[in-house]
Design a protein around this ligand. Structure first.
Ligand code: SF4
Length: 503
């Protein structure tokens, strides 16, 4: 039987309740009544056990009170009946107890708050804005549209090489923990300079950046210093996700204190780990922390994405789901920095497949040493890869995930999840011809426009049609074979110096 949560006296509970209310206020959310903080925390804790523990789900309905007590769960079984009594839902008895209804509304308000923050992630630089919009359209064509929106954050900053946890499913498949980027005075100067560059390019959207990517932030003993600088420059503490919340409980407690509501996430790898979490932290302390079960038997384990190390552990993956979930594990539509290796990638999420098994495409990768390097490299990457006009693409062709189908009045593009039709209009009667020519992949924009003009279409109409295809993200934007992707250019060699001087 799992341990129950550590004893917290009424003073400790009062403090945790006050902190939760204070945090909601700081975030501009409607603060809760203290009694609701306690009641919601109890429901949430019940849901965490329910979501993670298959045996608990099987046993609880037969003897809710005894099981609840045995697991140290304070929630009244009648209040959480909508969770465990599926017959109740099937019978259409959908009027949940008032406290449970308020809890659902509270969770919905947190989701709305998060979604509004995601919707506000719009970079400052217009090249970046338009490129990001096209990448979002392109990703939707590849993996479909999700209810939980991908935030498409502008940057991530990796502060370690490798990860000490070694999850079998890790989409990033990092090596064992190696070097760590420490908070020395020289590194702190570099760090702050880089953050300023990204803030200038991405504006307030830079707040959505994260200070890890394919590693665990708690592997870096100085993570909190980096996060504090981030908060000072970006105006908000960064999102943090850790799979080691119980390794140093007081450290985690400090992270809970500074993280905005549900901005801190615990990845729960086993039931033993869930019990440890529940023993270490009171329900009130975790009301505004996301607890995300990743163990076998967890009800949400179906959401496990088939990328990175999961592709190397197919037999284990099959215990989670019988088919493969082709979503992207990546959320960076912009710059991926590795502070240990001093590299910058321009990347965007994609479905994991042979060419990009980690679920993101890399358009370019360069090395840097100083914040000035970062500034010109970021600009250079935007110049090289974020086309402003369709005519800047070396060739016109459709995204490889799309199947082209000519139709009598135009053409259709069929992706794994979406079908789009492009019909001829009075102004642009040659839509089928245009589609066939793009599909051939043989023409640049100028050549294609002049050929269609020769068939009688007005130049402006062809340009408009191509602009629309470009805006919708259905045209391939690379990375192009032989282009910069993967061609590492060091800022100390001549080629880089020349590139920098052209700016
Ligand atoms: S999922 Fe996170 S904690 Fe697990 S190996 Fe990957 S980076 Fe490390």
């Amino acid at each position: 039987m799992p341990a129950t949560w550590g004893a917290m006296d009424s003073f400790g509970q009062d403090r945790a309740v006050e902190r939760a209310i204070e945090k909601l206020k700081r975030a501009g959310l409607q603060p809760l009544a203290p009694s609701d903080v306690i009641a919601f925390s109890d429901i949430k804790r019940f849901e965490e056990r329910w979501a993670a523990d298959r045996k608990f789900r099987a046993a609880y309905p037969a003897d809710p009170r005894r099981l609840g007590e045995a697991y140290g769960l304070r929630a009244d079984p009648e209040i959480v009946r909508p969770v465990w009594d599926s017959a109740n839902v099937e019978r259409g008895e959908e009027n949940p107890p008032p406290i449970f209804a308020r809890y659902l509304a509270f969770n919905a308000s947190l989701r709305t708050w998060r979604n509004q923050k995601i919707a506000g992630v719009i970079p400052r630089d217009m090249r970046f804005v338009r490129w990001r919009e096209r990448q979002i359209h392109r990703l939707n064509l590849e993996v479909g549209v999700n209810v939980a929106a991908n935030p498409h954050i502008p940057a991530s900053f990796e502060l370690s090489r490798g990860c000490s946890v070694g999850c079998w499913f890790c989409s990033s498949a990092p090596p064992k923990l190696g070097e760590v980027f420490r908070y020395t005075s020289a590194n702190a100067r570099l760090w702050r300079g880089m953050l300023e560059v990204i803030r200038n390019v991405a504006g307030s959207a830079a707040q959505a950046s994260i200070c890890y990517s394919g590693t665990d932030p708690f592997d870096n003993p100085d993570y909190e210093f980096f996060a504090a600088d981030f908060a000072g420059i970006m105006g908000e503490h960064p999102n943090t996700s850790t799979a080691m919340p119980t390794r140093d409980i007081e450290r985690t407690r400090r992270m809970i204190a500074v993280s905005p509501p549900r901005w801190l996430r615990f990845s729960v790898l086993s039931l033993g780990m869930l019990s440890k979490i529940h023993a270490a932290f009171s329900p009130e302390e975790l009301l505004l922390v996301t607890v995300s079960p990743r163990n076998e038997g967890a009800s949400g384990a179906q959401g496990m994405i088939f990328a990175g190390r999961a592709q190397q552990n197919v037999a284990t993956y099959r215990k989670y789901r019988s088919d493969t979930l082709m979503n992207t594990p990546s959320c960076e539509t912009g710059f991926m920095f590795n502070l240990v290796e001093r590299t910058i990638k321009l990347a965007s999420p994609c479905a994991p497949h042979e060419q990009w098994p980690l679920g993101f495409r890399v358009y370019d990768e360069r090395r840097f040493e100083t914040p000035e390097d970062v500034k010109w490299i970021v600009n250079e990457m935007m110049d090289c890869h974020m086309a402003r006009k369709v005519s800047e693409l070396p060739l016109l062709r459709f995204q490889s995930c799309l199947r082209f189908e000519p139709t009598p009045g135009g053409f259709a593009l069929i992706g794994p999840h979406l079908r789009q039709r492009f019909e001829a209009t009075r102004e642009m009667p040659l839509m089928t011809k245009l589609g066939v020519m793009v599909q051939s992949g043989q023409y640049g924009a100028e050549k294609l426009i002049s050929l269609i003009e020769q068939h009688g279409a007005a130049r402006e109409s062809v340009v408009d049609a191509l602009d629309e295809l470009f805006r919708l993200g259905v045209l391939d934007e690379g990375p192009w074979d032989g282009a910069n992707a993967g061609a590492m250019i060091s800022p100390t060699n001549d080629e880089t110096t020349n590139v920098g001087e052209t700016r």
